[in-house]
Design a protein around this ligand. Sequence first.
Ligand SMILES: *[C@@H]1O[C@H](CO)[C@@H](O)[C@H](O)[C@H]1NC(C)=O
Ligand SMILES: *[C@@H]1O[C@H](CO)[C@@H](O)[C@H](O)[C@H]1NC(C)=O
Ligand SMILES: *[C@@H]1O[C@H](CO)[C@@H](O)[C@H](O)[C@H]1NC(C)=O
Ligand SMILES: *[C@@H]1O[C@H](CO)[C@@H](O)[C@H](O)[C@H]1NC(C)=O
Ligand SMILES: *[C@@H]1O[C@H](CO)[C@@H](O)[C@H](O)[C@H]1NC(C)=O
Ligand SMILES: *[C@@H]1O[C@H](CO)[C@@H](O)[C@H](O)[C@H]1NC(C)=O
Length: 491
Amino acid sequence: MSLCLFLLWLVTIPLLAYSQSNPRGYLLNCGAGSSSGNDVTVGSLKYITDEGFISVGSTSTIKQDGLVPILTTLRYFPDKSARKYCYTIPVIRGGKYLVRTTYYYGGFDGGKEPPVFDQIVEGTKWSVVNTTEDHAKGMSSYYEIVVQAKGKALMYNATDFNKYALTTVARSSFGDDGDIIGFPDDKFNRLWQPYKDQNPVVNSKHNVTPSDFWNIPPAKIFQNSFTASRGKPLQIKWPAGSLPSASYYIALYFQDNRNPSPLSWRVFNVSVNDKNFYANVNVSTRGLTVYAPQWPLSGQTQIVLTPGQGIPVGPVISAGEIMQILPLGGVTINRDVGAMNELRRYFDNPPPDWSGDPCLPGENSWTGVTCTPGKQYRVTALNLTGIGLSGSLAPNIANLTALHHIWLGGNKLSGNIPEMGSLKELQSLHLENNQLEGLIPQSLRKLPKLREIFLQNNKVKGDVPHTPQDKKKNIQLKNDLDSGSQSPARM
Ligand SMILES: *[C@@H]1O[C@H](CO)[C@@H](O)[C@H](O)[C@H]1NC(C)=O
Ligand SMILES: *[C@@H]1O[C@H](CO)[C@@H](O)[C@H](O)[C@H]1NC(C)=O
Ligand SMILES: *[C@@H]1O[C@H](CO)[C@@H](O)[C@H](O)[C@H]1NC(C)=O
Ligand SMILES: *[C@@H]1O[C@H](CO)[C@@H](O)[C@H](O)[C@H]1NC(C)=O
Ligand SMILES: *[C@@H]1O[C@H](CO)[C@@H](O)[C@H](O)[C@H]1NC(C)=O
Ligand SMILES: *[C@@H]1O[C@H](CO)[C@@H](O)[C@H](O)[C@H]1NC(C)=O
């Protein structure tokens, strides 16, 4: 899985696997440096350095009294020419992951305003990161998303993770005003924010058993709940802000807060923005969750619980989750991704944005890489002309069978020209002005669409054999191009 972003500290946790002591996955302390002495332990969670997950960017520290250690180091990316910077995190294919990124600007660069930028997960633009408002309040910011590492299920299984991701809008524990609830109370390290309004709060007299619920909420979120007096509807405007028009996943959590008894249950209807969400919910002291996998929301959200006829107690609600359903941006065919990664490995100094998905999102493809959109993206052109590239050409270039153009002229590439007999779509091959050597692959002549072959000013030997079709080709092979003659010679 690749994750592209610009600052701080991140967490990926598979939603299936967890152990008693630590959620399995990666807890990274960005910019922490290479010594393991820089690992930071928060509660029972250990955050390790991000080195080994990213090879670009610079690191810095924030000197501020009382700052939690995890926020004191950061990674930043001063070079604005790159189209993205990526963290690459090992995952189990098909596993579902919760990814959380945390940002704290802290004026580390002497500036007053935090940078605003996009974050990308896999090949999909996840969100804009704008920490301006939190920064003004002296707070850090976090973002959360559930994605599938390109099938298998449990949590949030109502969502087709081949097509969508879920990005957290709000996960709130109603009636609380204490700390955020997270690990170890929540086995999946989801974070539950305290949320209070003018509604009366009641305490629970009985702990729920999280494993009774298919999505395993922490027992703590049931400890306090909103309620309303007998016969009255309970209204909550939550989340506090206005939401963009989109489809959302909504889950609501309830528990009758009284001591368990055959009479400790209550019935009410739940509506969201005046639409019936669930009718006649019967909530006991064991607790209950109801959810909608896709619910349209726009603007301010209002949830209303209306008590059933003759119910002697008011409705209660303990917690809620709203996640926006984010359509995934498509995929690049695996074979091309594999080949591009090999190509990068053979270059000594690939552009800094050569990581993550080579094609996606469209506006963040790798520098010099052109792709055709579609259900599956393909790499169709490589153009890294005159950028001082050194290293050699990976034989895997032959796997990029949708390539029309290879333009790598004017660099310092050395080694042999690999076999490219499989590149049936290739129209132009520019490798001039490099330090390539060895024999010109004879398979080039078999490429039906190849019209332009520029190999001059290399140390290559041999000819592209003449065939009748060669008449139409534009070929430059000479190692010692006559000075001034830049126009290609026709053969
Ligand atoms: C970031 O958020 C602030 C406060 O909400 C807003 O004023 C500003 O325009 C935003 N910046 C960008 C670049 O979107
Ligand atoms: C999700 O999985 C749980 C546990 O297997 C199951 O109880 C629940 O009905 C499933 N939900 C959907 C929408 O498939
Ligand atoms: C609600 O559930 C309880 C058991 O928890 C049951 O005794 C009661 O009859 C149910 N009430 C209604 C109205 O269905
Ligand atoms: C709850 O919803 C059901 C189904 O829409 C409706 O028949 C019933 O009258 C509602 N009850 C209350 C108290 O609004
Ligand atoms: C490749 O890039 C060079 C330099 O930026 C440009 O002149 C050339 O037209 C490009 N070739 C193609 C096929 O787009
Ligand atoms: C890609 O290329 C390499 C080396 O040429 C080859 O070993 C490998 O099997 C190819 N992979 C695919 C998926 O075609």
